[in-house]
Design a protein around this ligand. Sequence first.
Ligand code: ADP
Ligand code: MG
Length: 389
Amino acid sequence: MYEAVIGLEIHAQLKTDTKLFCDSRNDPDERHPNMNVCPVCMGHPGTLPVTNKKAVEAVVKVGLALGCSIAQFSKFDRKNYFYPDLPKGYQISQYDMPLCEKGVVRVSAKDIGITRVHLEEDTGRLVHDAGGASLVDFNRAGVPLMELVTEPDIRTAEEAAEFAKKIQMIFQYCEASDANMEKGQMRCEVNISMRKAGEKFGTKVEIKNLNSFGVVKDAIAYEIKRQTAILEQGEKVVQETRGWDEHNKATVSQRTKESAHDYRYFPEPDLPMMRIGQCDGLTDEECVNVDLIKAGLPELPDQKKERFVKQFDVPEKDADILISDKHTAAFFENVVSELFSIASSQDAVTIRQAANYLNTDLRKLLNETGTPISEMLVTAENFAELIIL
Ligand code: ADP
Ligand code: MG
């Protein structure tokens, strides 16, 4: 029997006002192409990048939330390759000194190791029109992108999807990224190989650009079957990059895997390093203050869940749903505080009822009407009164 060995690479666009190395706007909702561009993100000769400190701070915040160790300096590298969506001919990324390393995320009572979280710039977007022409939209070129890489600790499709969902929540809780997969703000890549339990890791295949949790699961399930069949015939899995064909529900070969030396990585000479840590005696441009970021860390999903269970006596299953989105969690807490303010209604039974109605009837109405809970017109006070009635 073969088992799967899986590692994920997750990209998320940071929620900053401006791009990573220039003051062009970072607006994921811009509908007109090539509006948010300037000589810097268009790669014009003679221009120089300046690091957006807010982006560095956002990645450090996520790193702290994941229990990572944080680099003492920001150091960027050039990753060189040619593609029409990459105007400079290189992407500014981080190679050997990522901002964050060695974290951990718990899913279903199992720890998944985080290898690294680094900061890089996004590329532009190619749009292929019906006439066979390809158009380039550079609004996204230079948008800050955080890349998170896991250890090969994941073993099933379900675990992978659960992990990705949890990471999405942490990005959102930290207000680092909206991480909306439908909008392409968060994208997953799956690395997967098969082995007999206890044996060495096998040859891995990388599946790129998976844009929903469902597709992550489907692509893994497909690869497990495909690779198992190859191995059972005594043949070898080819190391390559594959894509997901949604129409045929299958992974398809795209290209053989490139390796690091193909990119001619070298340190970015145009960016000074920023100190990360304590900033005594340093200017704002020179230093990212980790203590301040630590002090601003939100209550994280696991902590919130534990508190809901302990403080409000909500069943774990309900707590899971309540914390799965920070707006739902906030609404629930507001409802509870409204219930508390109505003296006779602070008992655990009423609170559990509120959680239950919120997770079932109200959730159903919101889904049916396509209303995000943050835009719902029912106030926490309304809802608390309804529960009492
Ligand atoms: P590469 O050099 O191909 O980018 P890395 O060592 O950087 O490979 O790993 C990339 C991702 O692949 C990580 O998420 C890692 O956990 C995962 N990975 C590494 N080796 C394997 C393997 N044998 N099977 C499955 N996943 C793997
Ligand atoms: Mg890699």
